[in-house]
Design a protein around this ligand. Structure first.
Ligand code: GLN
Length: 469
């Protein structure tokens, strides 16, 4: 698969112009349209490419690392003048009035945004099957899902259309599809990347991050989009934690006792062995509260989503279904505009926040979350990173997880990092054979807040990349 540095070398040597690089990406996207990775290819790539080419010609080697690199964007981030729908009918045709901070940063650095990618509606799901518009097929096996909710972004990279796509991760939506598509996915520390211009799902959980073909590229994109933003009061510019070349890796084996595919476990153990051979130390750790991750997440996230989604009323954003008065119009718009999974979560969220139940559910969940944070802080006094498989299984088939609870269980290894705000990365650790097809599976590492550098270091030891900070 193509990396940022492959393209950059060709741009700098003038073997290719930015326009040629971008046109190749667009042509490739069209040739692979049946995979459904994109909801739309942008029509202003020529202008963007011109700007990038100018920057590149002026600055040469000094040009930003992403200058002239084609990038795909998940459909829940605002790109000024372009439609952004979160793959929902309720935002059909909605045109973004401003750029999300990450988009403004990318544009300034001369990255070329080629289009918006398919996703689960409002980022709710693990398969991209909940998009109101289309299915996205797994790049390796088209009878299987690409994962979700950033499935379109993961497929766009996995299909080698673009070397970089942005995703968002509220409970695993970057790391899980990265695992299913055989690529790298980073969920940064909560607050490290501005959420301004990202359509909010669970505001205390959401983070934007990159999907890339290798670890080095994840680092390049992270550096390009991170930073304190006055427009997002939860953004921070934290101090990077130190990273040593040889790390102590904690493995919460209790979490892997049930429900994890045997082939996935075998690859996981083999990866740990490989890391040991490279001089890292592997120890068992207890992460007792992690098993409450799913129930806590599925209270906190719907609670926040139900309030965040209250703004879609048919007046302020998107199309309206007329009724005889405001109330009827409001309810018709939301009933027709939101898909089933979104309605389910709004109901769940309103329920756990209602006055009779808030103590039993929402407040208890927030308390449990605090205990989880404290436990993880303690764990990171003993180890440098935590390791688990990214997902319990390789990519599943379409329709296989039609029971919502089976779909929710997907997130077992990924949600704790969102609840505690820690950074997590998924990198490919091998392939498992299913019906004669080799499906990729990923290993996840989690680090202390602002410990992304540890993730890049250990992640590249798994993939065998040369990685220098
Ligand atoms: N699969 C999880 C959910 O459905 C995570 C989604 C996400 O990270 N956006 O909520």
């Amino acid at each position: 698969m193509t990396s940022i540095s492959d393209i950059r070398a060709k741009l700098l040597s003038k073997e290719l112009s930015v326009e040629e690089v971008v046109n190749a990406a667009l042509q490739n996207a069209k040739a692979k349209e049946s995979y459904g990775a994109f909801l739309e290819l942008y029509d202003d790539t020529k202008e963007q490419a011109e700007y990038a080419q100018k920057l590149l010609d002026e600055k040469g080697e000094e040009a930003p690392a992403l200058c002239g690199i084609p990038i795909a964007v998940k459909d829940n981030m605002l790109v000024k003048g372009h439609v952004a729908t979160s793959a929902s009918k309720i935002l059909d045709g909605y045109v973004a009035p401003y750029d999300a901070t990450v988009i403004a940063k990318l544009k300034e650095q001369g990255a070329v945004l080629v289009g918006r990618t398919n996703m689960d509606e409002f980022a709710m799901g693990s398969s991209t099957e909940h998009s109101a518009y289309q299915k996205t097929l797994n790049p390796i096996d088209d009878t299987r899902v690409p994962g979700g909710s950033s499935g379109g972004s993961a497929a766009a990279v996995g299909l080698d259309i673009v070397p970089v796509a942005l995703g968002s991760d509220t409970g695993g939506s970057i790391r899980q599809p990265a695992s299913f598509c055989g690529i790298v996915g980073l969920k940064p520390t909560y607050g490290a990347v501005s959420r301004y211009g990202l359509m909010a799902m669970g505001s205390s959980l959401d983070q934007i991050g990159p999907l890339t073909t290798n670890v080095e590229d994840a680092k390049i994109v992270f550096d390009a989009i991170k930073g304190l933003d006055p427009k997002d009061s939860t953004s921070q510019s934290g101090k990077e934690v130190e990273t040593s070349k040889k790390m102590k890796i904690g493995v919460p084996r209790d979490l892997m006792k049930e429900g994890v595919d045997e082939d996935v476990l075998n690859h996981f153990e083999a990866s740990l062995e490989k890391l040991k051979e490279q001089g890292h130390e592997v120890v068992d750790v207890k992460f007792e509260t992690a098993k409450y991750g799913i129930p806590v997440y599925y209270i906190v996230m719907p609670a926040e989503a139900s309030t965040n989604l209250a703004r879609y009323d048919g007046v302020r954003f998107g199309p309206r279904v007329e009724g005889k008065d405001f109330n009827e119009s409001f309810s018709k718009t939301r009933t027709e505009g939101f898909g089933e999974e979104v309605r389910r979560r709004i109901l769940l969220g309103t329920y756990v926040l209602s006055s009779g139940y808030i103590d039993a559910y929402y407040n208890s969940a927030e308390r449990a979350r605090e205990v989880m944070r404290a436990e993880l802080r303690e764990i990171f006094e003993k180890v440098d990173v935590l390791a688990t498989p990214s997902t319990a299984t390789p990519a599943f088939k379409f329709g296989e997880k039609s029971d919502p609870l089976a779909m929710y269980a997907q997130d077992i290894f990924t949600v704790p990092a969102n609840l505690t705000g820690n950074p997590g990365i998924s990198v490919p650790m091998g392939e498992v054979d299913r019906d004669g097809v080799k499906l990729p599976v990923g290993i996840q590492f989690v680090a202390p807040h602002f410990g992304e550098e540890r993730l890049f270091t250990i992640g590249s030891d798994v993939t065998g990349e040369e990685y220098t900070k």
